[in-house]
Design a protein around this ligand. Structure first.
Ligand SMILES: Nc1ncnc2c1ncn2[C@@H]1O[C@H](COP(=O)(O)OP(=O)(O)OP(=O)(O)O)[C@@H](O)[C@H]1O
Ligand SMILES: [Mg+2]
Length: 229
């Protein structure tokens, strides 16, 4: 049986049977400001607390910001970086050739560091360099299989508005899909977490409201209690 690893958010662990499945590919999708980066940092901070080596690949925010997010969550990324337990790969969105080079770089780093948790922020930006649909799919699939083989659990962030009838190829490839929906309802910004799938595992079928504060992501109880099926 595949082991579970904590997401770094206790309530989320309880909604998915104890945590993410080790070696799986978790796709986190949501609107701007929905907390995708924050959730990913909670996931890595938890890994470092458990002495697991971690890599953060960023195309969006600079390394200094990632270090700051770590600080907010009570983890000193800089000192872990000095100890060789943490690495930020801060890269610009590149051409096709660079995407392939970076894929090799990620795999090499994961192997040499014996990395157990990886975040790509964002998958959308990473594969922008690939014009052809088939190539994109093959690239993500290859990376996902390699990481699974070495038990490296990874989060790929996708920047888009979740539309259940318009799932992207990444959502089909991923083992788990989490939607962090953030939208205005009237004058109020509402946030809702939905677990769309989790291969090989039971999970909640309910939408959970959440809020973000200085301590990170706080998941609340669902408004309407539904059935589990
Ligand atoms: N200390 C805090 N107190 C309250 N809310 C906060 C705090 N820090 C962050 N937030 C909220 O979290 C949001 C940012 O979360 P995050 O950067 O993880 O979003 P994201 O989904 O990665 O966004 P993007 O797609 O733009 O990168 C902010 O817009 C704000 O609403
Ligand atoms: Mg972000």
């Amino acid at each position: 049986m595949t082991d579970r690893i904590s997401t770094g958010i206790k309530k989320l662990d309880s909604l998915i049977g104890g945590g993410f499945l080790e070696g799986s590919f978790i796709l986190v999708s949501g609107e701007p400001g929905s907390g995708k980066t924050l959730l990913s940092n909670s996931f890595l901070a938890e890994g470092l607390r458990n002495d697991e080596n971690c890599i953060y690949v960023t195309f969006v925010e600079p390394e200094e910001k990632i270090v700051e997010y770590g600080e907010n969550l009570g983890i000193d990324y800089s000192s872990h970086e000095k100890d060789g337990k943490f690495k930020v790969l801060d890269r610009p969105v590149g051409e096709e050739m660079h995407v392939e080079e970076l894929t090799t770089e990620i795999i090499d780093e994961v192997n040499s560091m014996n990395c157990k948790r990886l975040v790509i922020d964002s998958l959308s930006a990473w594969i922008l360099g690939f014009p052809a649909g088939q190539k994109k799919r093959r690239l993500v699939r290859t990376l996902s299989r390699l990481l699974d083989r070495i038990n490296c659990t990874w989060i790929g962030i996708v920047e888009h508005t979740p539309k259940i009838n318009e799932a992207s190829f990444e959502e089909y490839l991923a083992d788990s899909v989490l939607y962090m929906e953030t939208k205005f309802v009237g004058d109020v910004l509402e946030r809702e977490l939905k677990i769309m799938k989790m291969r090989g595992s039971d999970h909640t079928r309910e939408a959970y409201k959440y809020m973000i504060d200085g301590n990170g992501i706080q998941i609340k109880e669902p408004k309407i209690r539904g059935s589990k099926g």
